[in-house]
Ligand binder design. Structure first.
Ligand code: BDR
Length: 317
């Protein structure tokens, strides 16, 4: 089985990524570490537990990680994900925070990686704060990870949060910088524009959500707000070339689950702009090798969307 750690800020698309990973019989999720991000950490924890409850997998440990960025002011993405971070459709029977593991997220992450050295991959779909703190505390995790899959950053200055910044990187630019600088394991990045270009058609989404299962009803509920936003945004329509719905975080999870998912990528060094007045938090892609960085990342360009559709369908069965 593929061993995975998920680092999330659940979030509608984090929920989709978690459910896709849970549905794969060849995947073992060792634990889920939570970070502030789409919504404050308490909501992230609650949302993550809600997803696990829906999938009958509350046996997977959920850890509380960082509640704020290293230096940047804290920001969230309530406009898109809803005030509670998951579509503002509360569940009165949602599990309580007493189910959150006693161990804190960063030490738990370090322990899971070191105890499974060379065998475990990490899927990061939140601001990279937990990963940055972890590698500062335990630099050896960088080589003990089998691979790192990140949803974050942008490649052609078309942000979704600031003028040219993508949310996960802008929410903690220093953390993103540290992670891209210190993790030497194979690193795969699913940037914002890539996810837009590889959107799933709306017609498929209808089919996906109209399955007659409790999981489909749950997913339909939590995604309705963000789908409406996406469908009514001119920017979103333009950047996805009218193609449909981009579940950003699920690309990172899908790549970790299925080695054949990525069909084309660029192997190139990346870093993050920390100072620009307009560009702080933007991913810098060193195509000309000016920075002479030894470690390169794989930036996803195209993926097998038929495989992704299958994963989406399975996740709600
Ligand atoms: C990323 O930011 C968040 O809003 C999403 O969950 C995703 O991780 C997209 O920029």
């Amino acid at each position: 089985k593929k061993k995975l750690i998920l680092d999330v800020d659940t979030g509608v698309d984090d929920a989709q990524a978690i459910m896709v990973a849970l549905a794969d019989p060849n995947v073992e999720i060792l634990g889920i570490t939570c970070c502030f991000g789409n919504t404050p950490i308490e909501n992230v924890l609650k949302n993550t537990l809600r997803v696990l409850k829906e999938c009958n997998r509350l046996d997977i440990p959920v850890y509380k990680g960082c509640s704020q960025p290293l230096l940047a002011p804290r920001r969230h993405a309530g406009d898109y994900h809803g005030k509670d971070g998951m579509g503002d459709v509360p569940d009165p029977d949602a599990p309580g925070l007493e189910l959150v593991h006693k161990k804190r997220g960063v030490p738990a992450m370090i322990k899971m990686i070191n105890q499974n050295a060379g065998e475990v991959s990490l899927v990061a779909t939140a601001p990279l704060t937990n990963l940055a703190v972890a590698v500062q505390l335990a630099p050896n995790i960088s080589k003990n990870l089998k691979a790192l899959y990140i949803m974050g950053g942008n490649t052609d200055s078309r942000g979704n949060t600031t003028v040219c910044g993508e949310f996960n990187f802008v929410a903690d630019p220093e953390a993103a910088y540290v992670v891209l600088d210190r993790y030497t394991c194979p690193t795969y990045i699913a940037p914002w524009e890539f996810s837009c270009r590889n959107s799933l058609p709306w017609s498929f989404c209808e089919q996906w959500l109209s399955q007659c299962t409790a999981k489909a009803a749950f997913m339909k509920n939590i995604t309705s707000l963000s789908m409406k936003k996406a469908q009514s945004s001119d920017y979103q329509k333009e950047i996805t070339e009218g193609k449909g719905f981009n579940s950003c975080d699920t690309y990172a999870a899908a790549a970790a689950i299925d080695d054949a998912f990525i069909t084309e990528s660029d192997e190139v060094a990346v870093t993050v702009e920390l100072e620009g007045k307009f560009t702080r938090g933007m991913m810098v892609v060193d195509y000309m090798e000016v920075l002479k960085k030894k470690h390169k990342a794989f930036i996803m360009k195209t993926v097998d969307l038929e495989r992704m559709k299958q994963m989406f369908m399975n996740s709600l069965k």
